[in-house]
Design a protein around this ligand. Structure first.
Ligand SMILES: NC(=O)c1ccc[n+]([C@@H]2O[C@H](COP(=O)([O-])OP(=O)(O)OC[C@H]3O[C@@H](n4cnc5c(N)ncnc54)[C@H](OP(=O)(O)O)[C@@H]3O)[C@@H](O)[C@H]2O)c1
Length: 340
């Protein structure tokens, strides 16, 4: 085991961004590392997972969570390794996941942690077997009710959550139409994730192309971005379509999150149903969803897409680049390697 660390560097919120965050939105705080008490463990953070909700919480507007306070540690799911303390079933050397944030070391109690088994690649515990995979699985299972032969449209189809919705829809026998930004992302969505077609929302006449791709209309929309992209899809809904709202990345990223367009007239005209979904409302479903996703991973039926950025200092720029659409799949930042 390595020497006991003396200091911990952590990113805290410094100023609230307008639109996307930049390096000035955060500052690095260096604090002393205290030894864990009897019921605590000291964790070395190995990899942090970036998510659009982090940007949402940098801003102060009404949402489903509270904004970060100025000076507060930026929170997120991480993969880590216990380096000191013995509590619950945890001891030094064990790999864990938990919501421990953008910092090099964290003190945690056993109930905040999940043990990682060696059966899967470590990063899978932050992707298919964590929020991205479980959100897509629970939302599709509880409210999507995929029907073979019907048409599913997935926005941010090369994104962390969207990529799993594409694969689950395909597995259920749906005709899957992805929407993503750029040729490379569209190729990933069709060639690796199995969508029938993927439309680049950065190219003109999206509405026309969607109409051609969905001749029978859109029966199910799995939407993580909202904004103009979702409104365009609403123009092509089939009668009695279901719209599954998972996120509103476009509005949350914008400088006017209070102005969030919704083409309500088209929803009414198609007699569509809207289900707004938050995985936090269904904690009792996570164990089942994780078991199902584990089995799909064992069977090779699910592909995890992730991009790994190296280095603690690069965390803020990686978040900004992710929100600007630079990456595909789940964006992870490596802070350290595990000790063998
Ligand atoms: N309801 C829940 O329980 C739950 C759970 C997890 C996540 N979420 C939400 O679901 C959404 C997706 O999360 P994720 O982790 O999978 O992130 P993600 O989709 O991987 O987010 C990054 C992608 O968002 C797209 N994007 C960014 N700004 C956009 C805009 N203005 N218009 C269209 N697309 C834009 C970009 O893709 P392109 O380059 O393809 O445009 C970018 O690559 C987030 O809003 C998140 O808060 C909800």
């Amino acid at each position: 085991m390595p020497e006991f660390p003396r200091t911990n560097r952590r990113f805290v919120l410094c100023s609230r961004p307008i639109g996307l965050p930049d390096d000035d939105s955060f500052e690095i705080e260096t604090i002393e590392v205290a030894p864990p008490s009897g019921e605590e463990l000291l964790i070395r953070v190995l990899i942090v997972a970036l998510s659009p909700w982090q940007n949402q919480r940098l801003k102060d507007f009404k949402n489903y969570t509270n904004p970060f306070r100025i000076g507060e540690l930026i929170d997120c799911d991480v993969l880590g390794q216990v380096i000191a303390g013995t509590a619950g079933n945890f001891a030094p050397g064990i790999l864990v996941t938990g919501r421990l944030g953008w910092q090099e070391f964290a003190i945690a109690r056993p109930e905040q942690l999940t043990a990682v088994t060696g059966e899967f690649a470590d990063t899978l515990w932050l992707t298919a077997l964590s929020s991205p995979g479980l959100t897509a699985y629970c939302a599709m299972d509880l409210f999507g009710r995929p029907m073979p032969g019907q048409t599913l449209v997935v926005t941010s189809a090369a994104g962390a959550v969207g990529g799993y919705a594409v694969q689950l829809g395909k597995m259920a026998g749906m005709r899957v139409v992805g929407i993503a930004g750029g040729r490379e992302k569209c190729a990933l969505v069709t060639e690796r994730l199995g969508a029938h077609i993927c439309l680049d929302h950065r190219q003109p006449v999206l509405s026309e192309r969607l109409g051609e791709a969905c001749p029978e209309g859109v029966h199910l929309l799995f939407d993580t971005v909202g904004g103009r992209t979702a409104d365009t899809v609403f123009e092509h809904l089939a009668k009695h379509a279901t719209v599954l709202i998972i996120g509103r990345t476009a509005a949350n990223n914008s400088d006017r999150p209070d102005l969030d367009p919704v083409n309500m007239r088209q929803l009414w005209a198609r007699e569509a149903s809207i289900h707004c979904f938050s995985r936090y409302s269904y904690p009792e479903r996570w164990a089942f969803a994780r078991e199902r996703m584990m089995q799909l991973c064992r069977d090779g039926a699910i592909h995890a897409v992730e991009q790994l950025v190296e280095g603690f200092e690069r965390t803020p720029s990686a978040l900004r680049d992710m929100l600007a659409g630079k990456y595909m799949g789940k964006v992870l930042v490596r802070y350290a390697h595990a000790d063998k």
